[in-house]
Design a protein around this ligand. Structure first.
Ligand code: AMP
Length: 399
């Protein structure tokens, strides 16, 4: 049986009625040239927590980062544009404060009436935020009576609004953070079997730790994307001009040698192109057939069928990272097929990471995925077995 292990207090475990809540969210949304948000997934994810709090007469002070302003007040990274979207989604009064600390901000926070919301300006306009500065955290703490973290995408970072803040206010988890961690912990503790992990993307450096930690826990680990090139190269296949991580070949070879149960599954065939371009000439070839100067940009038909069959008959599936250069339509077939296989799997599916989320969106299957994780880096660090500073600081739940 899948037993989730999440032992932190949530907003359900404390009295929030009439309280002023200081809530860390991840509104680092993608934006167009005019700064308007192009995707509201991250905002929508926080709505259950916000509705829960507002319905109980709490008022909420929202704080987030946006982009990398590097400690400077750069209006390109202002959060002000989100106010109309929040107002519409929450159907309540949402004010904006042009700063995230200071007397004026405190005044606006204190003036909030039950059911009202105040959105603060970008936390990263202050260098102190990323430095996990205690003085800065103390100033933020003046804005609320209870701290709620509902930003799974940020909990792997020890920043002032995520870590140090908990020294000044009772700190609990929001419903989105709880959901992300409960779903993820099922994979690491006692998943329904067979349990299949799918890892793709380009950077082996980011995922090698995850693979090592997941391998003993899963039944199959399917590898795709440029990462698979490094594995195939380590097995002695000539990969032509394919993108791969030379620095990790030795480590990967060791991993393959130690995989006695043959849990790691690699592509049998690849879509190989004569240049890194959507208009390149390309062919479906066996893994040992990549010509000099050509490069693998996607997985082949046979591999798509093998991987899809494994995914569809799994009881638990976790997917992170694209299977090819899915940004180019001619090399998106493998990634899109995996998205569809996840959607049609007989088991529960968890998908995380920006590119995989874009792929499930591209083929329109978001609503068929059991859990779409809001984390990227934080998902990987959690699956790697690392501690998450933003979770560690939250109050422990009573047994
Ligand atoms: P990552 O940030 O490590 O998850 O890598 C994501 C990127 O990997 C995407 O932009 C893909 O285009 C790229 N990618 C996936 N497969 C390949 C490949 N076979 N060759 C080159 N780039 C790839």
């Amino acid at each position: 049986m899948a037993i989730a292990t999440y032992h932190k207090k949530t907003i359900r475990d404390i009295d929030v009625c009439g309280k002023r809540i200081l809530m860390r969210v991840d509104y680092n949304v993608p934006r167009d040239d005019k700064g308007e948000p192009t995707d509201l997934t991250r905002i929508n994810g926080t709505l259950p927590t916000l509705h829960y709090l507002l319905k109980r007469g709490a008022s909420v002070v929202l704080m987030s980062h946006l982009g990398r302003p590097k400690g400077e007040r750069n209006m390109k990274y202002s959060l002000a544009n989100l106010v109309p979207y929040l107002t519409r989604l929450l159907d309540t009064k949402v004010d904006f404060c042009e700063d995230c600390i200071g007397p004026k901000t405190e005044e606006m926070a204190q003036a909030l009436q039950p059911g009202e919301v105040l959105l603060l300006e970008n936390l990263r306009f202050y260098r102190e935020e990323e430095a996990n500065d205690k003085g800065f955290a103390a100033k933020l703490a003046k804005l609320g009576e209870i701290y709620v973290n509902d930003a799974f995408g940020t909990v792997h970072r020890a920043h002032a609004s995520i870590a140090a803040i908990a020294e000044y206010l009772p700190a609990v988890s929001g419903l989105l953070l709880e959901k992300d961690l409960v779903m993820m912990s099922k994979i690491l503790t006692a998943p329904y079997r067979p349990c299949v992990a799918i890892m793709g993307g380009a950077k082996v450096s980011d995922k090698i730790g995850v693979i090592k930690n997941l391998l003993p826990k899963v039944d199959r680990l399917l590898i795709g994307g440029a990462m698979a090139n490094t594995f195939l190269h380590a097995m002695g296949h000539n990969m032509g001009a394919s993108k791969l991580s030379e620095d990790y070949v030795e480590l990967v070879r060791e991993l393959l040698q130690n995989d006695i149960e043959k849990k790691i599954v690699l592509p049998d065939d690849l879509i190989v192109a004569d240049k890194f371009d959507n208009d390149a000439h390309y062919r479906n070839m066996g893994v040992g057939e990549v010509p000099e100067g050509w490069m693998a940009l996607d997985m082949g038909e046979k591999t798509i069928n093998t991987y899809s069959a494994i995914i569809r008959s799994a009881a638990t599936v976790i997917w992170n990272g694209p299977m090819g250069v899915f940004e180019m339509p001619n090399f998106a077939k493998g990634t899109e097929a995996i998205a569809v296989a996840c959607a049609k799997s007989q088991g529960s599916t968890i998908v995380g990471g920006g590119d995989s989320l874009a792929a499930i969106d591209q083929v329109g299957v978001n609503y068929m995925i059991t859990h779409v994780s809001t984390g990227g880096g934080s998902t990987l660090e959690y699956l790697e077995g690392r501690r998450l500073p933003g979770v560690d600081v939250l109050l422990e739940a009573e047994e």
